[in-house]
Write a protein that binds this ligand. Structure first.
Ligand code: NAI
Ligand code: MG
Length: 484
């Protein structure tokens, strides 16, 4: 079991750069998925804590020190935070691994990406600028990009530090003041990064963090009349609630709600290259990744070869505690484990292979042996619903048209990949995918801070990462001056 070198936090929220317990005094356990045991406590916040955080953000945005900074100064603060995250990356990774259960190597990669978000958006802060539009002869027309004001951020437990960077860094870079509600299942690195932001010199109220349950603290933030925009990553069910509250407050929102992302393998694909990626894309982070490649669509001519390759690879994978050798850690909670085991028990398709659970892993941990099923009916539950676990379904297809129809045949649309050596087919299929990102002869779950990312339909809307996020966190103002 990994150990953390960081002191565990007191149960408190970060409001106006001061650590404050919940007004009610309530706190709740933090459980490590590695052994199922509580090891820390966080504030179990209510609406009054959210009120205080939104008020602190409002004060920072309207007249506070934060509002007086230039774009370059904001960028410098973000860069300083990036350096601090890098300096503390190993300890942060150990904390993340214990809190979330993810393999330590995954947690290390996450910290590099988290720092990179603050570096990328720190560098971008003073490079986002307006435009001039040619209009009537006696007019000057300027387009200004302005921050929304106070932004709400509700993030999930699967990548607590990365999600913090992805959601909050572009909001701060553009001058918003942020209130973050991380997930109750795993939020200790988010709290630590909050402390590092204070050390880096962020003025009071620029960044506020309120911990607690979704139905209380999360709901209070999403319906708060004092927020001007909300960014949410999590389940479609809660996404509907967030969007409903945003509608009541007449504000915009970004929703990232997961997916059922396909990898399409044609007969002419380089199977040596594709097979390991088919496996890692659904095993990474225990399959608890919004962009997990959870469907393998395989053309008839290579179906048997791909199934044989997947069988050998899945049989060799063992879930284990999250030490140096681990590739598959425990799932986040007993609830998530039960949910995934339920999908496995009711897959309704032949089991191709099941991996194992390493002997000696702690008894109380939330371990699930990985599973691959096929051939799966493309319309079946296992092929349509997001499992959010180490479960791959393999679906055969005859030709390109059928592959496209199956790939686009779910309610989701987040990521897709196409494996083929045929250049024209690469272009046709990539253009036909109804989703936000397509990879040709590769797959990128996570990473790629520069690359705009987001979904369609049940996967959500709006774009994060890249410059696209800077656009989402700003609102456009047109100023027309008549100069005669
Ligand atoms: P969830 O959507 O309930 O939780 C995500 C975040 O929303 C957490 O911070 C939570 O506290 C907050 N939240 C929950 N209820 C809320 C409410 N009524 N108002 C405001 N905020 C609220 O997701 P959960 O229950 O942890 O996972 C269920 C399933 O959702 C997973 O099995 C997976 O399929 C999907 N999911 C997708 C994620 C993604 O990356 N797109 C991340 C997490 C879950
Ligand atoms: Mg939930």
């Amino acid at each position: 079991m990994t150990r953390t070198d960081l002191p565990l936090p007191e149960p408190a929220n970060l409001i106006g750069n001061v650590w404050q317990p919940a007004v009610s005094g309530a706190s709740m356990d933090v459980i490590s998925p590695i052994d199922g045991l509580p090891f820390a406590r966080i504030a179990d916040s209510g609406p009054e804590d959210v009120d205080a955080a939104v008020a602190a953000a409002r004060a920072a945005f309207e007249g506070g020190d934060w509002s007086r900074l230039s774009a370059a100064e904001r960028g410098r603060l973000l860069l300083r935070l990036a350096r601090r995250i890098e300096d503390e990356a190993e300890a942060l990774a150990r904390l993340e691994s214990r809190d979330n259960g993810k393999p330590i190597r995954q947690a290390r990669a996450d910290m590099a990406v988290t720092a990179r978000y603050f570096e990328y958006y720190g560098g971008a802060a003073d490079k986002l600028h307006g435009e001039i539009i040619p209009f009537l002869k006696d007019c000057n027309v300027e387009l200004h990009r302005e921050p929304h004001g106070v932004t709400g951020h509700i993030i999930p437990w699967n990548y607590p530090a990365q999600m913090f960077g992805r959601s909050v860094a572009p909001a701060l870079a553009t001058g918003n003041a942020a209130v973050l509600k991380p997930a109750e299942e795993a939020c200790l690195t988010a709290l630590r990064i909050g402390a590092l932001a204070v050390e880096a010199g962020f003025p009071p109220g620029a960044l506020n963090i309120v911990t607690g349950r979704g139905e209380t603290a999360g709901a209070a933030l999403s319906r708060h009349p004092g927020i001007d925009f909300i960014s949410f990553t999590g389940s479609p069910e809660v996404g509907v609630l967030i969007q409903t509250e945003a509608a009541r407050n007449f504000i915009g929102c970004t929703l990232e709600l997961g997916g059922k992302s396909p990898q399409i393998v044609f007969d002419d694909a380089d199977l040596e290259a594709a097979l390991p990626v088919l496996v890692t894309a659904v095993i990474q982070n225990g399959g608890q990744t919004c962009s997990a490649g959870s469907r393998a669509l395989v053309q008839r001519g290579v179906f048997d070869a791909v199934v044989a390759g997947l069988k050998a690879r899945f049989e060799a994978i063992e879930a284990s505690d999250s030490g140096e050798e681990a590739v598959l850690g425990p799932l986040i909670s007993a609830r998530q484990k039960a949910r995934v085991e339920g999908y496995i028990a009711n897959a309704g398709a032949p089991l191709i292979a099941r991996g194992g659970i390493r002997a000696g892993t702690p008894d109380g941990g939330f371990y699930v042996a990985p599973a691959v099923f096929g051939p799966c009916d493309p319309g079946s539950r296992i092929a349509q619903e997001e499992v959010f676990g180490p479960v791959l379904c393999v679906i055969p297809f005859e030709d390109e048209a059928e592959a496209i129809a199956i790939a686009n045949g779910t309610e989701y649309g987040l990521v897709a990949s196409v494996w083929t050596r045929d250049g024209a087919r690469q272009q046709r299929v990539a253009k036909a995918m109804r989703c936000g990102q397509v990879f040709v002869n590769g797959y990128g779950a996570g990473g790629g801070v520069e690359l705009p990312f987001g979904g369609r339909r049940k996967s959500g809307h709006g774009r994060e990462k890249g410059f696209a996020a800077l656009h989402d966190f700003t609102t456009l103002k047109t100023i027309v001056t008549t100069h005669g």
